[in-house]
Design a protein around this ligand. Structure first.
Ligand code: SF4
Length: 203
């Protein structure tokens, strides 16, 4: 699918997001490292951010809370609680429609909750593979690509984790898809900036 980045940028800006485009993840990492200094920063669980090495870069000049990088004596729940009260929150998303909708699915709900409320600044880093043409196709990719691949990554005992091929709409205690949010625009009272990277990042 061809992505018209100028048009996508304009669509997102018209909804109220700040938008910055980069050719590479390395350039996006440099940008965020320059921009975010002396802040408390929360991370949502994200393969994208890990591929960028963003935790180590930002931890040099900020206090960063990420539940996959636990300080001694802290549990993932402790760190998720710390991350929800930070000045800055950074995450990727599971899907972005070229019409502007942003879709996320969570198991714990910490990422969705922290994205939606409570931070001065929220950044989304989005690789080209997360972008679909419209809302319906974005929802499809979130349910049939992102969620199964995440289930496989965490070795969930779900039918989708075997081949990461599609959603089987499972039920029961092992289902990782427990919450979903659709953003039609940035919520009030926080600054949202979308960082579009013209490379594949995360899933
Ligand atoms: S609902 Fe179940 S089968 Fe579908 S993606 Fe989520 S965990 Fe996998």
């Amino acid at each position: 699918m061809e992505i018209n980045y100028p048009k996508l940028k304009s669509t997102l800006e018209s909804l109220g997001y700040g938008v910055t485009c980069f050719n590479t993840a390395e350039d996006a990492t440099d940008y965020l490292d320059e921009k975010i200094r002396n802040k408390t920063v929360g991370f949502g669980g994200s393969v994208t951010l890990e591929q960028m090495g963003l935790y180590d870069r930002l931890a040099f000049n900020n206090e960063v809370f990420y539940h996959r990088r636990l300080p001694g004596g802290k549990t993932p729940r402790d760190v998720c609680n710390d991350a929800k009260d930070t000045q800055v929150y950074i995450s990727s998303v599971n899907g972005l429609a070229q019409t502007g909708e942003i879709v996320n699915i969570d198991g714990n709900g910490n990422r969705i909750a922290s994205i939606l409320y409570g931070h001065e600044d929220v950044y989304f880093v989005i690789g080209k593979n997360k972008i679909a043409e419209n809302y319906e196709q974005t929802l499809w990719r979130v349910q049939n690509i992102a969620a199964p691949k995440n289930a496989q990554r965490v070795k969930a005992k779900t039918p989708c984790a075997v081949h990461a091929d599609k959603c089987y709409n499972c039920s029961g205690p092992n289902r990782i898809c427990r919450t979903m949010s659709v953003m039609y625009g940035p919520p009030f009272h926080s600054n949202f900036e979308i960082i579009l990277v013209q490379e594949e990042l995360g899933f």
